[in-house]
Ligand binder design. Structure first.
Ligand SMILES: [Zn+2]
Ligand SMILES: [Zn+2]
Length: 98
C-alpha cells in the first residue's frame, strides 16, 4: 500500500552519502595500497553488543601480529599492539565502509 511518505521519499541523501564513502574508500586505498585486505586496515572486526553478548573485537589473523594492518610494515609489538612505528596506526583507522 503506497503512502504519502513513500511518494515523497528522497533517495538523494543516501546516494550522496554512498558516493562520498566510495570516494573516501578510494582515497584511503590510494594512500595505503599495501593495507591488509582481510580486515581492510581495521586490525580486526568489531562486533556490536547484542542482547546476549557484550561488544567484542575479533583480531585479524591474516599475518604475524607485529605486522601493521594499514601499512604492512613490522611496526607493532610482537603481541600486535600499536601504535605502528612506521605509520602511527593504532587500530584507529581503516578503509571507509558502508
Ligand atoms: Zn588485517
Ligand atoms: Zn603501519
Amino acid at each position: 500500500m503506497a503512502t504519502v511518505d513513500d511518494e515523497n521519499f528522497q533517495a538523494e541523501p543516501y546516494e550522496e552519502g554512498y558516493a562520498a564513502i566510495v570516494k573516501a574508500a578510494q582515497e584511503w586505498r590510494a594512500k595505503w595500497p599495501n593495507h591488509c585486505t582481510k580486515c581492510h586496515g581495521w586490525g580486526g572486526k568489531m562486533w556490536p553488543a547484542t542482547r546476549h553478548e557484550p561488544e567484542d573485537f575479533d583480531f585479524c589473523g591474516a599475518h604475524f601480529p607485529d605486522i601493521c594492518h594499514r601499512c604492512l610494515h613490522s611496526g607493532l609489538t610482537e603481541d600486535g599492539e600499536g601504535p605502528c612505528t612506521n605509520c602511527g596506526w593504532n587500530f584507529d583507522d581503516g578503509e571507509p565502509m558502508l
